[in-house]
Design a protein around this ligand. Structure first.
Ligand SMILES: Cc1cc2nc3c(=O)[nH]c(=O)nc-3n(C[C@H](O)[C@H](O)[C@H](O)COP(=O)(O)OP(=O)(O)OC[C@H]3O[C@@H](n4cnc5c(N)ncnc54)[C@H](O)[C@@H]3O)c2cc1C
Length: 230
């Protein structure tokens, strides 16, 4: 995929949870990316310009629009700008970028996607792009957030699970009891970790912990792919 630079206009801004928004942004016709890749947005505030990276959730089939899902961090530089962003505002965009993509050549039949909060975005993108393309493979998603209200794309994921026997959705809450699973992501891993591919995304702590756990339990490093958000 060729990296492009363009001005993207915000077409929609939706609240997915109290601190997560979804932007719909314009892109040049034919803009394409590999599921799991990201764009850089140039964020301007008070005369300061800083790039920030955001994974691409999905795009329209003509490539003229794409979605980003962004967690607003208390006092974060870009987060403060996004809070004030309105439909019609524009960003300098560069992308697609990155190598955190689905390993199409792997012979492993099970793919485990592990993420927290907005680390879900590239995992969701990879799962939706590859689930039907590889009907002989299973796709497991272990998605960790603090409380039920932090679950993003929950209804879409539940529906996807109902419609495809090869997709298993395992949301887990770390700070609230509910009817579903709770606790750290590792609690929900299979007993046998061999011959499976793991895709991990989210904050530094989650990525480091899960990588260490997998390596300590004998997973070959070639079967561990990851992207750190912090
Ligand atoms: C390849 C890549 C893809 C990314 N994709 C996404 C995405 O799809 N959605 C998304 O929401 N973010 C994503 N991020 C994170 C994003 O780039 C920013 O780091 C995030 O939006 C915070 O930016 P900020 O300017 O608001 O905060 P900053 O001013 O940069 O940071 C403020 C404070 O918050 C901490 N912090 C930064 N990120 C997080 C976090 N995620 N959780 C908790 N604390 C944090 C920082 O360490 C710092 O202490 C991605 C990062 C990378 C590297």
């Amino acid at each position: 995929m060729i990296m492009q630079s363009f001005i993207g206009k915000v077409l929609e801004k939706e609240d997915l949870t109290p601190d997560v928004i979804r932007f719909t942004i314009t892109s040049p016709t034919g803009f394409s990316f590999k599921a799991g890749q990201f764009v850089n947005l140039m964020i301007k505030k008070d005369g300061v310009r800083k790039p920030r990276s955001y994974s691409i959730l999905d795009s329209s089939s003509d490539g003229e629009r794409f979605h980003l899902v962004i967690k607003l961090i208390e006092n974060g530089f870009a987060s403060k700008v996004f809070k004030e962003t309105k439909v019609g505002d524009e960003f300098e965009v560069k992308g697609p970028l990155g190598h955190f993509i689905f390993d199409e050549k792997s012979e492993n039949k099970e793919n485990w996607f592990i993420g927290c909060s907005c680390g879900l975005v590239p995992l969701y993108s990879m799962i939706t792009a590859n689930l039907e393309k590889f009907p002989g493979k299973k796709f497991y998603l272990v998605f960790s957030v603090k409380t039920k209200k932090d679950l993003i794309l929950h209804d879409e994921l539940r529906k996807m699970e109902q419609n495809n026997a090869n997709f298993i959705y395992i949301p887990t809450l770390t700070r609230e009891e509910w009817e579903g699973k709770s606790g750290r992501v590792q609690k929900h891993f299979p007993n046998n970790l061999k011959n499976k591919t793991f895709y991990i995304c989210g904050i530094k702590e989650l990525v480091i912990d899960v990588k260490e756990y997998l390596l300590d339990n004998g997973v070959d490093s070639k079967n561990i792919k990851f992207e750190r958000y912090s």
